[in-house]
Unconditional design. Structure first.
Lengths: 623, 95, 78
């Protein structure tokens, strides 16, 4: 059975320079739901997909990290080379290579194609973005190019439906002979070899009647503004600021609907089910716990809309350019910007994206500060606290709530800067590593890609709410219900339960920070995943009050029972606390040692405790 | 607008900071080869670090240390002479 | 009493599920492989083993972070 499958399948690898639309082509080929981004180095993971070829065989497509040549400078690029050479353990060499070349930037892609061709693997050249190339007046005679290069050349448009059909039809190594025997690939490219490559490339360009693209005058005009030091930095700041304002102002209406829906659902269950533990579990644990997290869906959608649109438009590497010098002062590379921005969505993809940083020292520093960036799991917590404790005043043209959110993000970033500065001061000599970042052409974000990316985020969020968060909420509800209070007890029932006792113990630890026992309980499941704490607070408060329908109205409860100092202190705690087991696990995997995740957890807990303590003391003193 | 004349091997790079030939090889991969026309389209802060260089239809962000390895000759209309991409005067005129 | 039983069952399931999701990827894979070895000796389980267990192992071995669906590659090929 297995042997039969093997003979009917074909291992295909996609190779190309960064920004050539390789990942979009991969999505088109495999139908895999993935993010298409526009900055160098998004493809840091091994991505494999399958599809059935025209002849019925299974194509196993591997999307290799983008690289400019087979002489790597980063871990990513080394992976591409090693896979192609069959050197990477556990990954068999591909049987067919699809070299993806951006037709708009033909020379740079052809150079890589020539290098890959020398490996002697059966190869097809996919001339991607042919539509844009034609529009920009690029002249390429496809047949002549194929004849001169000696491999099939297929025009593709990865972002269009059916744009890769011609490519699929041709993916069959039996249709052309093997190339020349494998050339030796050394660590360094020799000058003579480079010269020959250059010569071959010029010959190819001449043979195919290549004429370069017209420059789009708008790109130059936009860059003149966005790359100008002061205007550019102002624009970057403005973009980030608008993003966080939008998260608050656009999301209000849908959030109200969800909240109202949750309250109605709770009532419905309460009135139609026989009263007892099961109904209580549903109303308090499930709807009151997991439902409280669900409310933040609109805000998360809006945040990701901005991040995905910025990625797709080609702006992000420009932000890296603007910030390179500033980041250099504190010992980071401009290249660290993209992993750190990804960390604002989730530290895990951010930490994995650090593989595009060539220098180990820079990479380690970036990994260590990635969890300080405000990830989306912190959003529900911040949103809850800000909504409950910060009035929605107008401060000039701005909303005070949006302003506080912006400040929280800024503190996250600034603390990352400070930490890396300290590392720079005390971490010994640092080897220089180059920036060399491509600033790709601007493009309108592709609506289909954008929607796909947003849908992905919604799915991830909902599956977390419906999965791990729901499960933890149920466990927490049970822990906070039993044992039942003794006869004649006066306090809320939860105080007598297991969770209540645990909270009372933790309160001693957290009291100096102004945390009450409810917060202390909520922090326990919040250690596993940050946003769970919101659901936990929902559950705890739903049960600590006497039967009122509080689940859907956590914010007013918090507004009524917490001091501002407590709220601010909890925010400060959340900026730093390493409350995400998955992140620590990924750091362990990426650094291949327990040392760094332990250091990370230690320093983050220390910072969190210190920051929350100071915040609470200062805020209390001011009243 | 300027034309690349050669890539200086590691000698020109800040001594001791970068002994890496891979830098020059990578610049070559990006299209910085003799005869290519390039232009500095943006520079950061006063000294210009990093700079954005347009070459063969693509734009790249380079730091001074990297750009210093690229020897250019100004297009005929401007001052002639072999100079580095980052030297004031040449690059300012190019931009 | 029946209600308490239902709550106990739901609670046990939730605790196991949460533990499973929060488990480091490597231990999860090890557990799956152990389960696979155990099921291999039982012919009755062979259908379940190929249908449900094998794809799970493939996914768990394929990398990606634990608990984060962003890197889940569970999509069926077309």
């Amino acid at each position: 059975m297995d042997a039969l499958v093997e003979t009917r399948s074909l291992r295909v690898a996609l190779v190309g320079v960064p920004n050539c639309g390789k990942t979009a082509l991969f999505n088109r080929l495999t139908g895999s739901r993935q993010k298409v981004a526009n900055y160098p180095g998004v493809t840091v993971e091994r991505r494999e997909g399958e599809r059935i070829g025209d002849d019925g065989r299974v194509l196993r497509v591997l999307d290799l990290p983008g690289t400019y040549s087979l002489h790597p400078t980063t871990l990513d690029e080394a992976i591409t080379r090693d896979v192609l050479l069959g050197r990477l353990a556990g990954v068999p060499a591909p049987e067919l290579v699809v070299c993806v070349v951006d037709a708009v930037h033909l020379p740079i892609g052809l150079r890589l194609a020539l290098e890959v061709k020398r490996l002697g693997l059966p190869m097809v050249l996919a001339l991607n973005r042919m539509d844009v190339a034609r529009r920009r007046g690029v002249g390429i005679r496809v047949e002549q190019l194929a004849a001169a290069l000696g491999v099939p050349v297929v025009p593709t448009v990865a972002v269009r439906r059916g744009g890769a059909d011609a490519l699929i039809g041709i993916l069959d190594p039996a249709r052309w002979p093997q190339g020349a025997p494998v050339a030796a690939v050394g660590a360094q490219i020799g000058a003579a070899e480079a010269e020959r490559l250059q010569h071959d490339m010029r010959a190819l360009l001449a043979a195919s009647g290549y004429s370069p693209p017209r420059d789009n005058p708008w790109f130059a005009r936009i860059d003149a503004l966005l790359l100008q030091p002061f205007a550019g930095l102002l624009a970057l700041l403005a973009i980030l600021f608008v993003m966080f304002q939008a998260v608050f102002s656009w999301a209000q209406a849908p959030m109200d609907w969800i909240e109202a829906g949750m309250a109605a659902l709770g009532d419905l269950v309460a009135t139609h089910m026989p009263p007892g533990p099961v109904a209580d579990l549903l109303v308090q644990g499930v709807i009151g716990g997991a439902g409280t997290v669900l409310v933040f869906l609109p805000q998360i959608v809006i945040l990701f809309f901005f991040i995905l649109a910025l990625e797709d438009s080609g702006y992000l590497p420009r932000a890296a350019y603007l910030l390179d010098r500033l980041m250099g002062f504190v010992g980071l590379s401009g290249r660290a910007f993209i992993p750190l921005l990804s960390s604002h969505a989730c530290a895990i993809p951010g930490i994995m994206a650090t593989r595009t940083i060539p220098n180990w020292r820079d990479r380690l520093t970036t990994i260590m500060i990635a969890p300080l960036m405000t990830c989306s799991a912190r959003l529900p917590v911040y949103l809850l606290l800000i909504g409950a404790l910060i009035p929605a005043h107008k401060v000039g043209p701005f909303n005070l709530q949006g302003l506080v959110m912006f400040i929280l993000y800024a503190i996250g970033i600034l603390s990352g800067v400070l930490v890396s500065f300290v590392v720079k001061q005390f971490g010994g000599a640092r080897q220089y590593s180059p920036l060399m970042l491509e600033l790709p052409d601007y493009q309108w974000p592709n609506a289909a890609n954008l929607l796909l990316g947003l849908w992905e985020r919604v799915k991830i969020f909902l599956s977390r709410v419906g999965g791990i968060i729901l499960a933890l909420m149920i466990v927490l509800w049970i822990l906070s219900t039993w044992p039942a209070p003794p006869e004649g007890a006066t306090g809320p029932a939860i105080q007598y339960s297991l969770a209540g006792r645990l909270g009372a113990m933790l309160e001693h630890v957290f009291a100096p920070l102004g945390f009450n026992w409810q917060i202390s309980i909520a922090l326990v499941p919040g250690l596993a995943a940050r946003e769970v704490a919101v659901g936990a607070l929902g559950t705890v408060y739903a049960m600590s009050a006497a039967g009122d329908d509080l689940a859907a109205q956590l914010q007013p409860v918090i507004a009524g029972s917490w001091s501002l100092a407590t709220g601010l202190s909890l925010m400060a705690w959340y900026i730093f606390a390493p409350q995400c087991l998955s992140t620590l696990a990924v750091v362990k995997r990426e650094t291949n040692s327990w040392r760094y995740p332990l250091i990370m957890a230690g320093y983050l807990f220390a910072l969190a405790y210190l920051a929350a303590f100071i915040t609470f003391r200062v805020a209390s003193a001011w009243g | 607008m300027a034309v690349v004349t050669s890539l200086r091997e590691s000698a020109s790079l800040d001594a001791g900071r970068h002994s890496d030939e891979s830098l020059v090889a990578r610049l070559r991969d990006l299209g910085f080869v003799p005869g290519a026309r390039c232009e500095v389209v943006a520079r950061m802060w006063l000294g210009g670090d990093p700079i954005a260089v347009r070459i063969a239809g693509s734009t790249f962000a380079l730091r001074r240390a990297e750009a210093a390895a690229v020897q250019v000759q100004m297009a005929p209309a401007q001052a002639a002479g072999r100079e580095s991409l980052t030297q004031p005067g040449t690059s300012a005129a190019a931009a | 009493m029946a209600q308490l039983l239902i709550v106990a069952i739901i609670g046990t399931w939730a605790a196991l599920f949460a533990a499973w999701k929060l488990m480091p990827a490597r231990s999860r894979l090890r557990l799956l492989l152990a389960l696979d070895g155990w099921a291999a000796a039982r012919p009755k389980l062979s259908a379940w083993r190929t249908r449900s267990l094998k794809p799970r192992i493939a996914r768990a071995a394929g990398g990606g972070c634990d608990g984060c669906a962003a890197h889940d590659t569970a999509h069926r090929p077309r």
